[in-house]
Write a protein that binds this ligand. Structure first.
Ligand SMILES: Cc1ncc(COP(=O)(O)O)c(C=O)c1O
Length: 531
């Protein structure tokens, strides 16, 4: 879209940039959209109220003395405004979304239909338990399914995202250590970890010590053993790790951690790759969050509302946060109940609560729907297809793009570094921006930090071969253009997006979160006709 140097559409008469000398800001059928406050006028409304409508209020003097400062739009203007805004959102429903580590997989419409059933959608967490038996049964069913799939005996359903789940699991670990009078100070985190891992440990007051990656991208057991001491509370390890590799020494690491009296927190964000193939409980994991959006296909909530249940080992179960659902006895007596207070926790010592209620119902329904509609075989196949897709991309690109850890097969995501761009004048950022011009959301860039200029691609199981082939062809074309020195295609990309290059550092450091109206302009002085 055509922008002036301030990044807004050019106004009539104002100089536009040389590439797109238009003034609307529109490009092809992508229509520039101002803020609603910039287009709304106080005198316009989408509803015609009868002039003679009853104006008497019953607010006893509390009624407004001035009009609310709301933008007025007609109904078609309102429709267009919101439809245009929705079209600015790139989504998995619009195209392949190769963000590594984020697992942008298709959200089946069946799940949406189930989540909208009034028995799930129209209930309130404060309703009497006897009136929400179906919802509690669903939470219990999902909880049991997650425990079975992970081979873990306990679960906390209430955390609202992966990072929230990490906090929950680490709080359970902290509570368990304190309960045995063994408060410890250090948490070990491999260099390749997602930033939320060290952030969680630091938030709980732990000192974070990094474990270097081996040349093959995995965690070095010897380095872990060297760091273990009676001051280490836990290790936070991701498996498969953020380089897309399975940690082959995970059992040895878990045993060493337990021998040192510490706990093994597993970041389960990548469960998508091993679902139905490996049970983390069999690997010695004590706590692990499951990002329902990454594995069980619930939508990413743009920061919320999500769900990040945490599975727990026998040792951590007593510290699980309130509340939790209890199933009826095997004779089916009594219906489902909710444990809301320590007094009714049957001797357990929950560390507290993560949220007011028992979790994110809408996501639970979607995840349970995915689980039931796939069945055990279907879930295993989803994991296998996710791994197959990533390896197909790896094999299709490895002659043009550089693999930091050799040609070892990957799990559900494939990691390239930027050495294939050496001496081309093109950076990882340029390459990713040029993908936008080809109609693709870029892959994850510069993460994980253990490789230079990382490009992390996660296609997921939900892409067809035709879709993968088109993606591969696009990346091959770009990689060849870079090697031919066609820097013009990259340096200022994207050329065809609504916005060009943004100052991302400034956007992160000085976010402008509130629109302020322009200062009112002085009215033009009236002029005499004779002047
Ligand atoms: C490896 C890993 N750990 C933790 C998280 C945090 O999960 P969430 O975004 O649900 O808070 C992510 C998210 O991308 C992740 O990829």
């Amino acid at each position: 879209m055509s922008m002036n140097t301030q990044g807004r559409p050019t106004a009539p008469g104002e100089a536009a940039d040389a590439t797109h000398p238009t003034f609307t800001g529109n490009k092809a059928l992508m229509i520039e959209e101002p803020l609603i406050y910039e287009i709304g006028r106080p005198d316009v409304t989408g509803v015609d109220l009868d002039d003679d409508a009853e104006t008497e209020t019953h607010l006893g003097g509390l009624e407004r003395s001035a009009d609310p400062d709301l933008p007025g739009l007609s109904e078609p203007e309102t429709m267009r405004h919101y439809v245009r805004l929705s079209q600015k959102n790139y989504a998995i429903d619009a195209g392949l979304y190769p963000l590594g580590s984020c697992t942008m997989k298709h959200n089946p419409r069946l799940n949406e239909k189930m989540a909208r059933l009034p028995g799930f959608a129209d209930i309130h967490p404060l309703q009497p338990v006897s009136t929400v038996q179906g919802a509690l049964a669903l939470i219990d069913l999902l909880a049991e399914g997650l425990k079975e799939l992970t081979g873990m005996p306990g679960i906390a359903m209430s955390p609202k995202a992966g990072a929230h789940g990490e906090l929950c699991g680490m709080m359970a670990i902290k509570a368990a250590l304190e309960a045995r009078g063994d408060a410890r100070a250090i948490v070990l985190v491999p260099e390749s970890a997602h930033g939320t891992n060290p952030a969680t440990a630091a938030l709980l007051g732990y000192k974070v010590e990094a474990i270097a990656a081996r040349d093959d991208g995995t965690v070095d057991v010897a380095a872990v053993k060297e760091k273990l001491s009676d001051q280490v509370a836990a290790i936070m390890l991701t498996n498969p790790n953020t380089c897309g590799l399975f940690e082959r020494d995970i059992i040895e690491i878990a045993e060493a951690v337990h021998d040192a009296g510490a706990f093994f927190y597993c970041d389960g964000a990548n469960l998508n790759a091993i679902l139905g193939r490996v049970r983390p409980g069999d690997l010695g994991v004590d706590a692990m969050h499951i990002n329902l959006h990454k594995t069980f296909s619930t939508p990413h909530g743009g920061g919320g509302p999500g769900a990040g249940p945490v599975v727990l080992s026998e040792a951590l179960m007593p510290f699980a946060p309130l509340p939790w659902v209890v199933a009826p006895t095997s004779q089916g007596e009594g219906g489902h109940t909710l444990v809301e207070h320590v007094e009714s926790a049957g001797g357990a010592t929950p560390f507290g609560r993560m949220t007011a209620f028992h979790g994110q119902m809408g996501m639970f329904v979607r995840a349970a729907s995915w689980m039931l509609s796939h069945g055990a075989d279907g879930m295993r196949q989803a994991a296998e297809d996710a791994v197959l897709s990533a390896n197909y991309i790896r094999a299709s690109l490895q002659d043009l793009m550089s693999l930091p850890f050799g040609e070892r097969p990957c799990m559900h995501e494939v990691l390239f570094d930027d050495s294939f761009l050496n001496d081309t004048g093109v950076t990882t950022l340029d390459f990713a921006k040029a993908m936008i011009d080809e109609g693709y959301h870029p892959m994850t860039m510069y993460f994980p930090l253990v490789v230079h200029g990382a490009l992390l691609i996660e296609p997921t199981e939900s892409e067809s071969k035709a879709s993968l082939d088109l993606f591969v062809a696009t990346l091959r074309d770009l990689a060849m253009a870079a090697s031919r020195g066609e820097t013009g295609r990259f340096a200022e990309a994207p050329f065809h997006a609504p916005r060009r290059r943004l100052d991302e550092t400034r956007a992160a450091r000085q976010p402008v979160l509130r629109w302020t109206p322009p200062a009112p302009t002085e009215p033009e002085p009236k002029r005499d006709a004779a002047e």
